[in-house]
Design a protein around this ligand. Structure first.
Ligand code: PBG
Length: 327
């Protein structure tokens, strides 16, 4: 045998020489769920290890992450039912705690990168990402709300807007609105290929944001989120987002869509982000809590494999845990 691949696996030192990729905390984004109030750190039963935080607790969390070299955060609000309406107007209200929390975090940690969530669902009494009317999601009317929401977020100090709603034309609508108001430095990380997935369950528990079954509209998001059977369609979304000015393209979920991540990486020159979603994290946690998998090995392997598949950026509930193990 002239060629023996095992020679390069013989010792830790040789394996180190031969290692193709490395994952460091600079590639990771930590999601934070925010609630109004103070002193709050509420557990989410379907997502062990993740909490809903009031801003004072969130500041402590950001500080701890920054000390570990984890500098990017994606923020989501849990909105009380009495602030929800059909058009998500609270999303750009002056009294929205999500906006003031972002401003406070940015003031305390100017070097942190804060990514927002641009979509109606946390604010919508219908639980949908767009305005519901006569059994339909109104695409173009929704864009106006997204523009107001996005501008309010840019003013609050978010570095990057994260449109997760899957309406057509949202990236351009946001880009134009931002540029007109002087926010040409505010970036856009588009949820380019976001699938109508079963793996968002724990996230919807955390935010109480599940779509509501209506008389004339089902409790799913299949008319705007993508069909899990489709890969090539992600390229159409990617081309549009490139033309419309997106700075990052995202694939979501991540583990079950690694082929899509690789395809996007091969086709587009901007950084590719993967959202390792709540249900994907919960699956691993459940197996580890049962003693069926070893968290210390399975968690880093999961994140490394996403990076290998082509994800430049990984949004994951394990970001802090990973960073803690890098030191
Ligand atoms: C909402 C949004 C969702 C997630 C991120 N933004 C849920 C949904 O589309 O219903 C899911 C993230 C996760 O599951 O971790 N626009």
């Amino acid at each position: 045998m002239l060629r023996r691949p095992r020679r390069n696996r013989r010792s830790a030192a040789i394996r180190g020489l031969a290692q193709e990729i490395h994952l460091t905390p600079q590639h990771l984004v930590q999601p934070l769920f925010l609630v109004e109030g103070s002193g709050l750190r509420e557990a989410i039963p379907s997502l062990p290890g993740t909490f809903r935080l009031s801003v004072d607790e969130a500041l402590k969390e950001v500080k701890a992450c920054m000390a570990l070299g984890l500098q990017s955060f994606i923020l989501f609000p849990k909105i009380p039912d009495n602030k929800k309406d059909k058009r998500g107007t609270f999303s750009y209200d002056d009294d929205n705690f999500y906006l003031s929390a972002a401003a406070e975090i940015k003031a305390a940690f100017p070097e942190a990168c804060l990514i927002s969530d641009v979509a109606l669902d946390p604010y919508s009494s219908d639980g949908h990402d767009g305005i519901v009317h006569d059994g339909k999601i109104l695409n173009d009317e929704t864009l106006h709300v997204l523009q107001k929401m996005g501008l309010a977020q840019a003013k609050a100090g978010f570095d990057i807007l994260g449109p997760s709603d899957m309406m057509d034309g949202r990236v351009e609508a946001l880009r134009v609105a931002l540029d007109e108001e002087g926010f040409s430095d505010t970036g856009i990380m588009s949820y380019t290929a976001k699938y109508a997935s079963a793996f968002y369950g724990p996230f919807r528990d955390a935010l109480d944001s599940a779509p509501v079954e209506g008389e004339d509209i089902p409790a799913d998001k299949k008319t705007y989120q993508m069909n899990p059977a489709n890969r090539r369609e992600a390229l159409i979304e990617g081309e549009l987002d490139m033309l419309e000015g997106a700075d990052f393209l995202m694939v979501k979920p991540a583990l079950h869509y690694m082929d899509v991540i690789l395809t996007m990486k091969q086709h587009f020159e901007v950084p590719i982000a993967a959202y390792h979603v709540s249900g994907e994290c919960a699956m691993l946690m459940a197996a580890c809590q049962n003693g069926w998998l070893d968290y210390e090995q399975a968690m880093p392997e999961t994140l490394l494999s996403l990076h290998r598949a082509g994800a430049d950026v990984i949004i994951t509930y394990f970001a802090k845990d990973f960073a803690e193990r890098c030191g």
